[in-house]
Ligand binder design. Structure first.
Ligand code: ADP
Length: 326
């Protein structure tokens, strides 16, 4: 394997708060260790379309506290094809990029795995997604900020819910996994989390209605994970109107509110540590791995494990939620 001299960095897929802190950490840690750094705009799209710039220490000044990503992000259909990836590889060579750091979610790391395999490129992934759905890492960058945003929003909705004695159904993100719904419900003292993982086994809405709402409380809040399986907040509200018409139900969809905002300290620290660890990994000859955090330690997780969709929620958390919502 040829020695790495220049490292490219990109952000891809859904943006997440803390991505800028990760770009900063990758850039500064690489320069500290004597590498050149190139920033690739708009994820894989910038690699295919040749939107590549030099990054210096000062290029990443003053960005850490901003949400989003200074490198922009995009979804790229061309990169899903062999021709698109070949074009991306040619642009990498044109800019003398020897290795890549990809900051993104499940899809972005699947693309990285495919690209690395076809063109024998060292690639290290950093988990950047609010969903926390990558296996092999306790946390992904952006998850803690999104969770805090959800808590902040639900606290405000509760004021109205209790004043008007209403049932509020609040939809949160997390199509494939319910970390935001479940931990968001715990953090905000919601009465229920309606999640896809147990939807086939339990009628979670009936359970909520029967569990004491209106016996001990005059209002109730349920967080619903956005998913075709749960029906989302609109689907759940429709059911309430039909099956429990006595309840005054309202819907709030938090949507992209959950993606933005200044990252929390926890996300900034995680992003800084993961960015530095990505450069360490490349220096150690690692490739095709994602940086993960395991009990506060930085670890290397093979792409094949990270994107396997095996990260499951802890159902004990549901039990705690039920106990505390009486
Ligand atoms: P996220 O990283 O947030 O999960 P996406 O699923 O939208 O976001 O993936 C981001 C981009 O990664 C896609 O637009 C595509 O360019 C690339 N990608 C995803 N899956 C693959 C794949 N199997 N092969 C090649 N590229 C992929």
């Amino acid at each position: 394997m040829a020695a790495i001299k220049t490292i490219g960095v990109l952000t891809s897929g859904g943006d997440a708060p803390g991505m800028n802190a990760a770009i900063r950490a990758v850039t500064r840690s690489a320069i500290f260790n004597g590498f050149k750094v190139k920033g690739i705009y708009r994820g894989y799209k910038g690699l295919v379309d040749d939107e590549i710039v030099d990054l210096q220490t000062q290029s990443v000044s003053g960005i850490m506290h901003h949400g989003g990503t200074i490198l922009k992000t995009a979804r790229c259909k061309e990169f899903m094809t062999v021709e698109g990836r070949k074009q991306a590889y040619e642009n990498m060579k044109k800019h003398d990029i020897d290795a890549l750091v990809v900051i993104g979610g499940d899809g972005s790391l699947s693309g990285a795995q495919q690209f690395a395999k076809e063109f024998d490129i060292p690639i290290v992934g950093i988990p950047g997604t609010i969903d926390n759905d990558l296996s092999g890492t306790d946390h992904t960058i952006g998850y803690d900020t999104a969770l805090n945003t959800i808590m902040w929003c639900v606290d405000r909705i509760r004021d109205t819910a209790s004043s008007h004695e209403r049932l509020f159904i609040i939809e949160v993100m997390g199509r494939e996994s319910s970390f935001l719904a479940l931990n968001g419900a715990l953090a905000s003292g919601a009465e229920a989390a309606i999640i896809p993982e147990i939807a086939s086994k339990v009628d979670q809405l009936s359970e909520l209605i029967q569990s004491g709402f209106r016996k001990s409380k005059n209002s109730s809040i349920a967080l619903v994970a956005e998913s075709p399986v749960t029906g989302g907040a609109m689907g759940v509200a429709e059911r309430v109107k039909k099956e429990f018409p006595q309840y005054n139900v309202r819907v709030t969809i938090l949507g992209h509110l959950q993606r933005g905002g200044s990252p929390t300290a926890q996300d900034r620290i995680l992003a800084s540590r993961m960015g530095a660890a990505a450069i360490d990994a490349l220096m150690e000859g690692q490739r095709n791995i994602m940086i993960g955090d395991d009990d506060e330690k930085m670890i290397y997780v093979p792409f094949s494990k990270a994107i396997r969709h095996t990260k499951t929620i802890d159902t004990d958390l549901l039990d705690v939620l039920h106990r505390l919502s009486i």
